[in-house]
Ligand binder design. Structure first.
Ligand code: NA7
Length: 545
C-alpha cells in the first residue's frame, strides 16, 4: 500500500500543471496515466491532420514567463506533433516525469473517511488524502455502434487511437466515418494519398477555414514582448480567445453591412469569430440564421457539385450549438473525382461487411475504415472508474439523472475530490489551457488553505451543488444550445442523460464566481478539521452564478 498526499489522474495539460503546482506545496504527489508518455489528448490523437483550432501562442501555458520566452511555436495553428513536443518539453523542463507512472490505469477509487483508496490495473493499492481527476473532456472514444466491424477484412482505425508508426493509405480505398473536427481534419490529408475516399456524414458541421500558416519572426517577437497583456486579454474574453466583442444585434444592421462583418471575421480564421460577431447569435434563432446562412453560402461557393454542397450544409441545428470546426481544405476535398460523400442520415450505415460498409444502397468496398466517431465527453473518463464516495454512493448513482457538480470542480458526497474542467465548468466551451490553469490554481489554493487551517476534509454541501445545477441549467435555457442534439448535451451516447456539460456564461464571469467562493471561505463547502471535536469551517450560503 502506497501512502501519498495527492493522486492526480492524467498527464495531459491539466495533470502536468497540477503536479507542478502541488510540488510547490511540498505535498507527496503522484500522477498516473494510461499512456506511455505525457500529452493526454495530444498523446492519443495522432491521426494525419490533427491540429489544435486555438492559435498556438494562446494554446499554451502562461504560468512560466521563462517557458513562454524559450518555446517558439512554428505555425498559427499547431499540429499534434508540435503540441506533444511542447508537453514533453514541459515535463522535462520541470522534471515532472519522476512522479508520473505511465502505462497504468486507475481502476477503482473509494472514499474511506480519512482519504481515498485507489487501485490500479497493475494491482497497486494507493492511499491518498486528495484525489484530482485531470482526465480530460474528450478522452474516452465512444463505441461507434457499427455492427460487423470484426467481420471486416481490411484495416479499422480510430482517429483517437491512431498507430504511432503512422499509416500509409497510398492507392487504397478508404472510408471515413464521422464529420466532427476529427473527420473534417483527417479527410483532406487522407484524400491526398487514397485512390478512393468515401466520407460517411450523418450530421454536417459548420466549418470555418483555418488559414493556417507559418508564424513569422516579427509576430512571435511581438507576442513574446507582450505575453502578460495577451494572457490578461484571454482571461477577460468569453472563450479564452480574444476577439472583438459585439455590441449590436445581428438584426439591427442592414444585410450588406452584416455580410461584410461576417466576411471580415471569416477571413480572420478564428473559430469563434463569426459566432461572436453579434450579441444575439447564440440566443436568437433569427439572428443565428443570418450567420448560419453566411456559412452555407461559403460552402456553396467552394463545393462545385450543388447536391454535394447541399448535403454538406447544416440545416437541422443553429450555428454554434454543436462544436464548430476549423478546417484546411475539407470542403475543397469534395471537388476531387475520387472523393465521395455518403449522406448517412438518408442512407445510414447498416453494418460492416467483409468488404466494406453497407447501406441500403449497397456495399461501399474499402481497404481501410477510419472511425472519427467521437467521444463520451466530459463524464466518460470519470464514470469509467466510477468512484465510490461517502456512504458507498457511486458517482454513476449520483449522476443517474445527469452530471452534477459545484463549480464543475467538486461533487457533493465525494470529499477531497476535485475535477479539473469537470461538468458545468467552461471546459469544452473555452480554450482548454486557460480553463485548466484557472482550475488547477483554484484547486491548489483550496488544498493549501486546508493544509494551513488543519482541515482534513473539504466537501461540497448538497444545497450548494443543487443551487449550482439549477442556476447553470437556467443559463443554458436562455441560449440556443438545447435546440441541437450534441455531445455537449450527451446526445451522442445512448442512454446518457440530456444535461448540458459546459458552463455557457463565459470564462471571465466563471472565474469571478470561483474567486468569490474562495474569498468567502470556500462558500458552499464544509471544511472539517482532523480533530472530530473541533467545529467545522462551514460557510453554508449557496453561491449565486
Ligand atoms: P464528434 O464531434 O463527436 O464527431 C463524431 C462524428 O461521428 C459525428 O459526425 C457523428 O455523427 C459521427 N458518427 C458517430 N457514430 C456514427 C455512426 N455510427 N455512423 C455515422 N456517423 C457516426 O467527434 P470528433 O472527434 O470529430 O471531435 C471531437 C472534438 O475534438 C471536437 O469537437 C474538438 O473539440 C476536438 P452524429 O453527430 O452523431 O450524427
Amino acid at each position: 500500500m502506497t501512502d501519498i498526499d495527492v493522486l492526480v489522474v492524467g498527464a495531459g495539460f491539466a495533470g502536468l500543471y497540477q503536479l507542478h503546482r502541488l510540488r510547490d506545496l511540498g505535498l507527496r504527489t503522484r500522477v498516473i496515466d494510461a499512456a506511455s508518455d505525457v500529452g493526454g489528448t495530444w498523446y492519443w490523437n495522432r491521426y494525419p491532420g490533427a491540429r489544435c483550432d486555438v492559435e498556438s501562442m494562446s494554446y499554451s501555458y502562461s504560468f512560466s514567463p521563462e517557458l513562454e520566452q524559450d518555446w517558439t511555436w512554428t505555425e498559427k495553428y499547431p499540429a499534434q506533433p508540435e503540441i506533444l513536443a511542447y508537453l514533453q518539453h514541459v515535463a522535462d523542463r520541470f522534471d515532472l516525469r519522476r512522479d508520473i507512472t505511465f502505462d497504468t490505469s486507475v481502476t477503482a477509487a473509494s472514499w474511506a473517511d480519512d482519504g481515498w483508496r485507489i487501485t490500479t490495473d497493475a494491482g497497486e493499492r494507493i492511499t491518498s488524502r486528495w484525489l484530482i481527476w485531470a482526465t480530460g473532456c474528450l478522452s474516452v472514444p465512444k463505441d461507434p455502434q457499427i455492427d460487423g466491424l470484426d467481420d471486416f477484412g481490411g484495416r479499422v482505425l480510430s482517429t483517437a487511437r491512431w498507430p504511432h508508426e503512422g499509416v500509409d493509405v497510398t492507392g487504397e480505398r478508404v472510408a471515413v466515418v464521422g464529420t466532427g473536427s476529427s473527420g473534417i481534419q483527417v479527410t483532406p490529408v487522407l484524400a491526398a494519398d487514397a485512390a478512393e475516399l468515401t466520407v460517411f456524414q450523418r450530421t454536417p458541421s459548420y466549418s470555418f477555414p483555418a488559414f493556417n500558416r507559418p508564424l513569422d519572426a516579427d509576430e512571435i517577437a511581438e507576442r513574446k514582448a507582450t505575453y502578460p497583456q495577451w494572457r490578461d486579454a484571454q482571461r477577460a474574453s468569453g472563450f479564452g480567445v480574444p476577439v472583438a466583442l459585439p455590441t449590436r444585434s445581428a438584426l439591427e444592421v442592414d444585410p450588406a453591412e452584416r455580410a461584410a462583418t461576417y466576411r471580415e471575421r471569416w477571413d480572420s480564421g478564428v473559430l469563434t469569430a463569426v459566432t461572436s460577431a453579434y450579441t444575439d447569435i447564440r440566443t436568437n434563432l433569427e439572428a443565428n440564421e443570418t450567420a448560419a446562412e453566411f456559412v452555407r453560402e461559403r460552402i456553396r461557393e467552394t463545393v462545385t457539385d450543388p447536391a454535394v454542397a447541399e448535403t454538406l450544409s447544416p440545416r437541422s441545428y443553429p450555428l454554434g450549438t454543436r462544436r464548430p470546426c476549423l478546417d484546411t481544405g475539407f470542403y475543397e476535398a469534395f471537388n476531387a473525382d475520387h472523393v465521395h460523400l455518403v449522406d448517412a442520415r438518408e442512407t445510414p450505415i447498416q453494418r460492416a461487411t467483409a468488404d466494406g460498409l453497407r447501406t441500403r444502397d449497397g456495399v461501399t468496398e474499402v481497404d481501410t475504415i477510419v472511425l472519427a466517431t467521437g467521444f463520451d465527453a466530459v463524464t466518460g473518463a470519470l464514470l469509467a472508474v466510477d468512484p465510490v464516495g461517502r456512504d458507498g454512493e457511486r458517482l454513476s448513482e449520483h449522476w443517474a439523472d445527469g452530471a452534477r457538480s459545484y463549480l464543475g470542480l467538486a461533487v457533493a458526497g465525494f470529499p477531497n475530490m476535485f475535477t479539473v474542467t469537470g461538468p458545468s465548468s467552461p471546459n469544452v466551451l473555452s480554450n482548454m489551457v486557460v480553463s485548466i490553469e484557472q482550475h488547477v490554481d483554484w484547486i491548489t489554493d483550496a488544498i493549501a488553505r486546508c493544509e494551513a487551517d488543519g482541515v482534513a476534509t473539504m466537501e461540497v454541501e448538497a444545497a450548494a451543488e443543487e443551487a449550482w445545477v439549477t442556476q447553470t441549467a437556467a443559463m443554458v435555457d436562455q441560449t440556443l444550445y438545447p435546440r441541437a442534439d450534441s455531445w455537449y448535451l450527451g446526445s451522442n451516447i445512448p442512454g446518457k442523460p440530456r444535461v448540458h456539460l459546459a458552463w455557457v456564461g463565459g470564462i471571465a464571469a466563471y472565474r469571478d464566481v470561483c474567486d468569490a467562493v474562495a474569498a468567502d471561505d470556500y462558500r458552499g463547502f464544509t471544511r472539517q478539521r482532523a480533530d472530530p471535536h473541533s467545529p467545522s469551517l462551514r460557510t453554508p450560503r449557496p453561491v449565486s452564478a
